[in-house]
Design a protein around this ligand. Structure first.
Ligand code: MG
Length: 95
């Protein structure tokens, strides 16, 4: 996934240059989340379309996290570890 995030960063650099416009990025994220919501709500019988729109959201998220100095994969890995630990604590698997 890190290679994929590198490809996303390279593509973004080629298309948009080195600058990160926070407002433009946020508008793009909202646009893509809207398209995903529409796919889920109106095209749920077309899972390929839903998956494609989810990928668009992931690409924008990867760009945002990279601009913040990390990778989406690393942040998801860290978050999942916290969630797993909290779950194990709640279930009494670990103390
Ligand atoms: Mg889209």
């Amino acid at each position: 996934m890190i290679d994929m995030e590198e490809r996303i960063a390279q593509w973004h650099y080629i298309e948009h240059g080195p600058d990160v416009d926070a407002g433009k990025t946020f508008r793009k994220l909202c646009e893509e989340v809207g398209e995903l919501g529409e796919a889920l709500m109106l095209h749920s019988k077309n899972p390929a379309h839903v998956a494609e729109e989810a990928a668009d959201v992931a690409i924008v998220l990867s760009h945002i996290v990279r601009a913040a100095g990390s990778t989406l994969f690393l942040q998801m890995e860290r978050k999942l570890t916290v969630l797993e630990c909290n779950s194990a604590l709640r279930r009494g698997v670990i103390e």
